[in-house]
Design a protein around this ligand. Structure first.
Ligand SMILES: C[S@@+](CC[C@H](N)C(=O)[O-])C[C@H]1O[C@@H](n2cnc3c(N)ncnc32)[C@H](O)[C@@H]1O
Length: 364
């Protein structure tokens, strides 16, 4: 969709899905950080919008405030909301919408008329390491999200980002020579230029995706990066959401949020981190995919239950709640491919409560 010119605009189905992901993740982030030892935590919406859609739906800043309000009693220190919005009419409207809410005294809300790249240093660098930050970066297109600004956030300790990477627009404009500089900024490297020579559209998409992911990992030093692909009703990729963090707990909670997004709608939503194996978020996880991944990783080897859990959380689209059922299926199969080496005497077959229990997987 072309970027709207009016102050407000109509919400689209894929925006609702994005909001659901955000809200579900924040249901975890606010209480966890709010009860931590940090006296101050900060939520940034770097492309905030007017706070309300044309039919009255809440925009992302209001969703964040309302989610935090649910946990106001659990948030011990101060919670600061920073909303950046380039257009003054939208920033003004957002201020009016915020004023309708009775903000708790330990929250503060600041709406800044300004741009992400110009303002972000004022709110990240000065408190680096002292204030955990979650930044939601949700532009209309690809301009104005220089990689240097994303890196600035991620290299501050306890800070994480959820970036909306608008692939549809990127793919449409990336071949225009006059836009080349803006794509250098977006990726933080010129390496996209080689990828742009590829003719196969799927290969290009995969490689652009992989480059951005690589940049988050190796140039912004994010320990964990996962990406989620939103496809529209025509089955074409509208956007990727890249989540980058250094927190294992954050990673677990983001995956939990993704698996809870209602899959019924005019879109499909997948974990796209491994471009060769997209995992669709459905009502139930596909245990055949997880089984294949576990066997691929551990065949012919021994591993503890904890090591298998770590692998599932860090390297697959699946959750810590998914893999025990799969281990049970592997152990119960007619040709069992898994043997327990040191079971506690009271263990029942197909249970994996002890994280130090060792399992041996048959060779492939
Ligand atoms: C996709 S909309 C945001 C929607 C909002 N996050 C939501 O989900 O309700 C992007 C917004 O960013 C604003 N914007 C554009 N460039 C910007 C920049 N460089 N810095 C901050 N805001 C910008 C636009 O005016 C627009 O309101």
């Amino acid at each position: 969709m072309a970027a709207p010119k009016t102050t407000k605009w109509a919400i689209e189905p894929h925006t609702k899905a994005k909001h659901e992901v955000l809200m579900r993740y924040l249901l975890a982030w606010f209480p966890i950080l709010g009860q931590s030892a940090f006296p101050y935590i900060r939520y940034i919406d770097a492309f905030a919008g007017p706070g309300r859609y044309s039919d009255g739906e809440d925009g992302s800043p209001i969703i964040a405030i309302k989610t935090a309000m649910k946990y106001r009693h659990l948030i011990k220190g101060r919670l600061s909301f920073l909303f950046l919005e380039k257009r003054q009419d939208r920033a003004d409207m957002l201020r009016r919408v915020v004023e309708e809410i009775k903000i708790p005294s330990h929250f503060d809300v600041k709406v800044v008329d300004g741009t992400f790249d110009e303002e972000i240093a004022n709110f990240v660098d000065k408190q680096a390491g002292m204030v955990p930050i979650f930044a939601f970066i949700d532009p209309f297109g690809w301009t104005d999200i220089p990689f240097s600004s994303i890196r600035r956030i991620l290299t501050s300790p306890h800070c994480e980002v959820l970036v909306n990477f608008m692939y549809e627009g990127i793919n449409r404009f990336i071949s225009l020579p006059e836009q080349a500089d803006s794509f250098d900024e977006l990726f933080g490297t010129e390496n996209w230029r080689e990828i742009n020579k590829l003719s196969d559209p799927n290969e290009r998409k995969q490689e652009f995706h992989n480059l951005y992911m690589h940049q988050l990992q190796s140039s912004a030093y994010a320990k964990y990066v996962r990406s989620f692909e939103m496809k529209n009703i025509r089955n074409s990729t509208e956007y990727y959401l890249f989540y980058a963090t250094n927190s294992l707990l954050g990673l677990k909670k983001m995956k939990e949020a993704m698996w809870r997004v209602d899959p019924s709608g005019d879109f499909t939503f997948s974990d796209a981190t491994n471009q060769n194996q997209l995992v669709l978020f459905e009502k139930g996880p596909r245990s055949d995919i997880l089984r294949a991944q576990i066997i691929d990783q551990f065949h012919g080897q021994e591993a503890t239950v904890q090591e298998i859990e770590d692998f599932v959380i860090e390297k697959t689209a699946f959750r810590e709640t998914h893999y025990k059922k799969v281990l049970k299926e592997i152990e119960h199969a007619y040709l069992a491919r898994l043997e327990v080496i040191n079971p506690p005497v009271t263990r029942r077959k197909g249970t994996y409560r002890d994280p130090s229990m060792r399992l041996r997987f048959a060779p492939k």
